[in-house]
Write a protein that binds this ligand. Structure first.
Ligand code: HEC
Length: 106
């Protein structure tokens, strides 16, 4: 009995750790933002938005709108594939943009 409880706790801790490793973070967003991996033309978001250029008002949008604009920039400016709304990559990008862009509405 005690052993099965221990097994459950261990499983819980391992799953949580795995999720944290794959979860959205500002750091991960920063890496994506500066990397050409989101597109196919060798460009990154940072090419056009160095130091958060044009992103000062991102805090005025909700995450759904931001995801939409982000995907427009990925598809049109980077010739990449749109990210899934709410995916760790998309959430990370949004977290990073908010961290550099300010957040007027809050
Ligand atoms: C080829 C240049 C270019 C690239 C590369 C680019 N963008 Fe943009 N982006 C723009 C332009 C131009 C605008 C419109 C700026 C404005 O509204 O004044 C814009 C607007 C945005 C906005 C809306 C800002 C606002 O508050 O209105 C977001 C968010 C954004 N880009 C995110 C990204 C992300 C994330 C990437 C990388 C996946 C990216 N952009 C790559 C040119 C680019």
């Amino acid at each position: 009995m005690q052993r099965s409880i221990l097994t459950l706790i261990t499983l819980f801790v391992l799953t949580t750790a795995a999720q944290a490793a794959d979860g959205p973070t500002t750091e991960r967003g920063k890496e994506l933002f500066g990397s050409a991996s989101l597109g196919t033309n060798g460009r990154s978001c940072a090419v056009c938005h160095p130091d958060g250029k044009d992103l000062q008002d991102v805090g005025d949008n909700d995450d759904k709108t931001l995801a939409k604009i982000t995907n427009q920039c990925i598809v049109k400016a980077l010739k990449g594939k749109a990210l899934t709304d709410g995916s760790p990559d998309m959430s990370s990008l949004i977290m990073y943009m908010k961290s550099v862009g300010g957040n007027k509405s809050k």
